[in-house]
Ligand binder design. Structure first.
Ligand SMILES: Nc1ncnc2c1ncn2[C@@H]1O[C@H](COP(=O)(O)OP(=O)(O)OP(=O)(O)O)[C@@H](O)[C@H]1O
Ligand SMILES: [Mg+2]
Length: 402
């Protein structure tokens, strides 16, 4: 059918034509927003899910909802694990929030303190920003110790207080949360702990790979009780069908029952794959029905496209040894595998490949669902690994060059 009107939208953070299966999370967060607006407590949330499962799209939606409810928001993505991003992103964004608060109700003692605190914070962490200053620096200087774990809670509390004074709330939206450093996670956790204790109107909604749950827990033990961790997974069959059928039906087309069954089986309900299969099947079909034969004819193009666009980019960033480790995991099939089991299939001991595993976790390629277990963060990655490296060779440590 006509590619110019093909509604399917595979792509990072691209809004899907039919957004399905996330009603529960949207409703839970909506309740949290209303509770906070009413001066009640609500837990901050960290959306956890594998690559391409729809975390960014959901986070964007929750951000829109917060703005529609009058929250003052800050939203950004942590680009990678190289560190220092939190402060760099927060300073200009919080400054924008303070400006908006100032516009709602001109300055006042609380906003002055928040503004001064942000100035101190920015200078303590050497971040420059185009800012306006709010009033004179108050006698008590805050957020300038240079220790993020003390300064960030002070700063965020003051911003939340200024928001409260204006009858509004603060919302922080952070994507790729797993790339924050341990001290950044610690500082944020502590901030929201203190905000909760002070009963201030602020919420954190973050999204990232499933290893965050362990990371925040390690950073601060109370993080497990402070945050909720909604799991964002593959879509159930009804939602998966809706994702495909609704956009097609809007154009007077539809998928046949067998075409749907085939796509659901191949994609296992993972949103990025559903969008990709939908797109290619649409292009292949004469229409108005998209048949199983159309899906079959598009198969090679779909796999080639997914390999190049989704899997390959991640694979190419890994060293030879890392790729080899991933290939060993693939040999064991779908799901999580014991770290010892993976080492065994590579013909070595866990300790010999512990560093490789650690690097792969830091790079966001794999994660530990439980202690001592390892799983891919990318759905269906095991099939790709077997396509790209057909045979598994035993592990050979690199010889050191002197
Ligand atoms: N609930 C949904 N219904 C239909 N399509 C969706 C849904 N959620 C996401 N998608 C589609 O799936 C694709 C991936 O979404 P998104 O980029 O939000 O995933 P992600 O979890 O953030 O991935 P990554 O971990 O790689 O950042 C996009 O093409 C998006 O349109
Ligand atoms: Mg994303």
């Amino acid at each position: 059918m006509e590619p110019r009107i093909n509604p399917f939208a595979p792509g990072a953070g691209v809004r899907p034509p039919a957004f399905s299966g996330r009603e529960h999370v949207i409703e839970d967060v909506d309740i949290a927003y209303d509770r906070i607006r009413n001066g009640l407590h609500a837990n901050s949330m960290i959306l956890l899910g594998l690559r391409g499962v729809g975390k960014t799209v959901l986070l964007n939606r929750l951000h829109q909802d917060a703005k529609a409810k009058g929250f003052q928001t800050v939203k950004f993505e942590v680009p990678d694990g190289s560190g220092g991003h939190l402060v760099k992103q927060l300073v200009p964004n919080l400054n924008a929030v303070l400006r908006r608060l100032d516009r709602m109700q001109a300055a006042g003692a609380l906003l002055d303190r928040a503004g001064a605190s942000l100035r101190n914070f920015a200078s303590a962490f050497s971040v420059s920003y185009e800012g306006i200053s709010f009033g004179a620096t108050p006698a008590t200087v805050t957020a300038d110790s240079g220790d993020l774990e003390y300064d960030l809670p002070e700063l965020l509390e003051l911003v939340a207080l200024a928001a409260q004074e204006r009858g509004t709330c603060l919302g922080l939206f952070i994507d790729e949360f797993q790339y924050l450093s341990r001290s950044e996670l610690s500082a944020l956790t502590r901030s929201f702990h203190e905000i909760a204790q002070a009963g201030l109107p602020a919420i954190l909604i973050a999204a990232g790979l499933p290893q965050i749950a362990a990371l925040t827990g390690e950073a601060k033990s109370y993080a497990e009780r402070l945050f909720l961790y909604p799991k964002i997974g593959a879509l159930d069959p009804d939602s998966s069908q809706e994702v495909l059928r609704e956009p097609a039906q809007k154009h007077g087309a539809d998928f046949s029952a067998t075409a749907l069954a085939r796509i659901l089986k191949e994609t296992q309900g993972y949103p990025y794959f559903l969008q990709t299969w939908g797109k290619f099947a649409w292009d292949e079909a004469e229409g108005p029905e998209i048949s199983e034969a159309d899906v079959e004819n598009a198969y090679v193009d779909i796999i080639t496209h997914l390999d190049q666009s989704f899997f390959r980019t991640r694979f190419d960033r890994c060293s030879d040894a890392e790729q080899h480790y991933l290939r060993g995991m693939a040999e064991l099939g779908e799901g999580a595998h014991g770290t010892g089991e993976i080492a065994a299939i590579l013909g070595t001991k866990s300790a010999a490949v512990a560093n490789i595993r650690k690097n792969l976790i830091n790079a966001g390629m794999i994660y530990a669902p439980q202690y001592g277990e390892t799983a891919f963060t990318v759905p269906l990655f095991e099939d790709f690994m077997k396509r790209v490296i057909p045979g598994l060779e035993p592990y050979r440590p690199k010889k050191r060059t002197r």
